[in-house]
Design a protein around this ligand. Structure first.
Ligand code: GLU
Length: 301
């Protein structure tokens, strides 16, 4: 059996918080327990939000937690040619189209439809779908279009898709989950400023790095719908996915990168130790389950 490859892939667009600490610790512990490699990738394809100081802070926070990674850190922004090549492959199949609807114009379309009593579809993250391919709508002259995946056309070629999940609602049980890319409308594959996007870059880079196991937060569970469709159309292998539960704040809300009280750097500045952080995310109990969980991940197929 080839050596398993895991990766932690934060975006340097804010401070790491307790949720990232759980992701990184779990990823690292599972990789090591499986006898696998643990890679660090910085997902920095959004130049409007990513900054070098956040990148430095991520490396500092991980070192402070005592985590080591194998090989060089991969910065997605240094691999745009690979993302562009994948985009070109999808374009050649007629699966990509330019979309000039602006955020403001889309908002107006949604409001008008809803005022007329027609519910507008939204993706699993709550964002409105764009108008269908070829539909007329307000455009802004001179603005480069966003490039979107024609999901229906891609699905017509791929047929039904699924993935192997070992986390989600029944952690530690490997099973096949049906992918539902249609729920996402036509996601953006490349943006005005970048020939890349989260969805495109994550599947291209996971394959380029030989990633066999993706351990990440449950907030990305449904994004796997889109990832499976892109993998299928690009001829890329599907890793095994383990989506772990999210750490919530005192009010039960998902932690955000802008809320500073759960940021690792803020906790550290307040005198917290790495063990205090581990205690805050119930790590000792989770760590006790790593031998069993790692066997489930290793044997899943
Ligand atoms: N870069 C993403 C984030 O920081 C994670 C992507 C992934 O693990 O697939 O939320």
């Amino acid at each position: 059996m080839p050596q398993p490859v895991f990766r932690f892939a934060p975006s340097p667009n804010g401070a790491l918080h307790l949720g990232h600490a759980l992701s990184a610790l779990l990823d690292h512990a599972l990789a090591r327990a499986c006898g696998g490699r643990f890679l660090l990738r910085l997902e920095d394809v959004d130049p409007t939000r990513c900054r070098p100081e956040f990148e430095r802070a991520i490396l500092d926070d991980l070192a402070w937690l005592g985590l080591d990674w194998d090989g060089e850190v991969r910065r997605q922004s240094e691999h745009l040619a690979e993302h562009r090549a994948a985009l070109a492959r999808l374009e050649a199949e007629g699966l990509v189209y330019p979309s000039r609807v602006t955020r403001g114009a889309l908002k107006a379309l949604v409001a008008a439809a809803e005022a007329a009593g027609t519910p507008w579809p939204h993706d699993p993250d709550g964002a409105p779908w764009p108008p269908p391919r070829g539909a007329p709508f307000a455009t802004v002259d001179g603005e480069p279009p966003a490039l979107r995946l024609d999901t229906a056309a891609a699905l017509a070629r791929s047929g039904p898709l699924d993935w192997i999940e070992t986390g989600g609602e029944t952690p530690g049980v490997a099973r096949r989950v049906t992918a539902d890319p249609a729920a996402w409308g036509d996601p953006i594959l490349a943006r005005k400023e970048m020939p890349s996007s989260y969805h495109l870059a994550v599947v291209v880079d996971d394959a380029a790095q030989g990633v066999t196991h993706v351990v990440r937060g449950a907030d990305l569970y449904r994004a796997t719908d889109v990832h499976r469709l892109l993998q299928d159309r690009l001829g890329l292998p599907a890793p095994i996915y383990h989506h772990h539960e999210l750490i919530r704040d005192g009010q039960g809300r998902k932690l955000s990168k802008s809320a500073s009280d759960t940021a690792l750097a803020a906790l550290r500045a307040d005198g917290a130790t790495p063990d205090d952080v581990r205690a805050l995310i119930d790590w000792p109990a989770r760590e006790a389950d790593i031998p069993r969980l790692s066997r489930v991940l290793r044997d899943a197929r």
